[in-house]
Design a protein around this ligand. Structure first.
Ligand code: ADP
Length: 489
């Protein structure tokens, strides 16, 4: 359990888990836009508030500036100095700031803080303002806005050109805007925390729900693995799970087929090996039961026992040949070989059997064939086919062996005038232990493994084997093998 939790945690942290990925994606998609929105809205609110404040204060200052000019504030003949000073005080109180009036000789003539009056103010902003440039600057860090406003006299000169007679340097506090921003920020944060909780819950639920089908697949596969169930599994939630499950079910089916065929093979082997032993036991028991049986009977029974032992031996030899042939890692001993010579040699060996059964054996070679083959396995192929044609033949019958080749393959054809194979048996003749007529096949010493061995050997050479047969008329087996051996990539 602890190991499982640790595994899950490790997968989540390393982001290898689909669930962790979905969780993080939902979290990011949910949170990032709301944070950006909050940041963007608050910023644009601040910008707009500052701009509004600047233009409102500038307008007020321009009005005051006009009053200054109309009341000759900068000359000694000023009349309403107190009224104007009160106006300035009012602005500075209203906006929690400071207003300084600077005359054309850059002298501070009025400072609502009363600190700098009489001093000379030389700053870039002031000089540029005297050249007609209005300036404003927002110092966010210290929370104030600074601006310069020209005091324009539009009627003092005779040629109607306006002159700048002074400059107002104003700095106003931005505390009100900052306070509003802080309040807004607080509300946004509360909203964001609530959203975060909602998104977290959503991400958790969605990531669990969306990945549940995959957990179900794992559970079902584990059940099959542990052996609780051998049923096919079914998780139809997504197209992806359907594909995974389909692939798994196919694999399961293949494994089941393999298992069934293995069980059938073991049962067949046991049965085949048991039959001669049972016969031996019956023969031996009947001898023992007779007590003083004559020597001739002993001899006859012993001959039967030897023939059963030979049969057992034959089955074991064939089985070993088949197992070796079907081993995946096959060591083929491929050498260039004259197939004509090999066929002649095999037919020479089989001729006595053919003669014994009164079967004529003919060989027809169209050309000389040299091919890259494994001599032992090709001998097995040829011997089995020719031997079968002799075994399953009629009296005075014939077997014809033909050898031909094109530029790619050589063809080894064995046709006979034998018993033929019934049509419904044709698909089964390469199966292990399959015999068309069990008793007849046994009589002539067949184990039912010959064609299975032959087919495996042909496939090892990347060749093919086909058969045509008419029951009662004869059969024709055609083996096609590449002249040049192609090793598996
Ligand atoms: P066996 O060792 O019994 O001969 P095989 O695998 O070689 O087994 O052959 C399988 C069955 O196919 C045989 O039992 C036989 O009935 C049939 N068979 C094979 N070759 C021929 C043939 N040339 N003519 C007729 N029947 C054949």
């Amino acid at each position: 359990m602890a190991v499982k939790i640790w595994e899950t945690l490790k997968n989540l942290l390393s982001l290898r888990s689909l669930r962790a990925r979905i969780f993080i994606i939902i979290l990011v998609i949910g949170i990032v836009p709301s944070v950006l929105m909050q940041y963007g809205i608050l910023n644009s609110y601040e910008e707009r508030s500052v701009q509004n404040r600047i233009s409102t204060v500038q307008n007020q200052l321009m009005i005051v500036g006009n009053h200054l000019v109309s009341n000759h504030y900068f000359s000694s003949t000023t009349t309403n100095e107190n009224v104007i000073n009160a106006e300035l005080e009012m602005i500075s109180n209203l906006y929690e700031g400071r207003v300084m009036i600077i005359d054309s000789s850059l002298k501070v003539v009025k400072d609502t803080y009363g600190i700098s009056e009489g001093k000379t103010m030389i700053s870039e902003e002031v000089i540029r303002c005297f050249q007609g440039e209005r300036m404003s600057h927002y110092d966010r860090e210290h929370g104030y806005i600074e601006m310069t406003t020209p005091i324009v006299d539009s009627g003092s000169s005779n040629d109607g050109i306006s002159t700048i007679v002074g400059v107002m340097v104003t700095s106003i506090s931005n505390d009100a805007i900052i306070a509003t921003m802080e309040a807004l920020n607080r509300e946004a944060m509360i909203l964001q925390y609530l959203m975060l909780i909602g998104i977290l819950a959503c991400a958790l639920i969605l990531s669990t729900v969306l990945t549940r089908p995959f957990s179900r697949i794992t559970e079902e596969i584990n059940a099959v693995k542990a052996g609780y169930s051998d049923k096919t599994i079914d998780v139809p939630d997504y197209a992806e799970t359907v594909h995974i499950v389909e692939a798994f079910n196919q694999l399961l089916k293949r494994m089941k087929t393999l298992d069934d065929s293995r069980q059938e093979f073991v049962a067949n082997v046991s049965h085949e090996l048991k039959t001669p032993i049972t016969s031996v036991k019956v023969l031996a028991d009947s001898l023992l039961a007779q007590g003083d049986a004559p020597a001739e009977l002993y001899r006859e029974f012993m001959e039967d026992i030897v023939s059963e032992i030979d049969r057992e031996n034959q089955i074991i030899t064939d089985l070993l040949a088949l197992v070796r042939m079907e081993k995946k890692v096959q060591s083929l001993n491929i050498v260039p070989l004259n197939i004509n010579d090999l066929t002649e040699l095999i037919l020479k060996r089989l001729r006595p059997i053919a003669r014994k059964r009164d079967v004529e054996l003919v060989f027809e070679s169209m050309r000389t064939v040299v091919a890259e083959v494994d001599e032992v396995k090709l001998t097995l192929i040829m011997t089995n086919l020719v031997e079968n044609s002799i075994k399953y033949n009629k009296e005075h019958g014939w077997v014809k062996v033909e050898l031909d080749a094109d530029h790619q393959y050589f063809t080894f054809t064995v046709s006979d005038s034998g018993l033929g194979i019934p049509e419904d048996s044709l698909p089964h003749i390469y199966e292990r232990f399959y015999r068309v007529d069990k008793s007849h096949s046994k009589d002539i010493g067949g184990t039912g493994l010959g064609l299975a061995i032959t087919k495996s050997a042909v496939l090892l050479h990347r060749g093919s084997i086909t058969v045509t047969s008419v029951e009662g008329e004869g059969s024709c087996f055609v083996v096609k093998i590449p002249l040049i051996y192609i090793a598996e990539a």
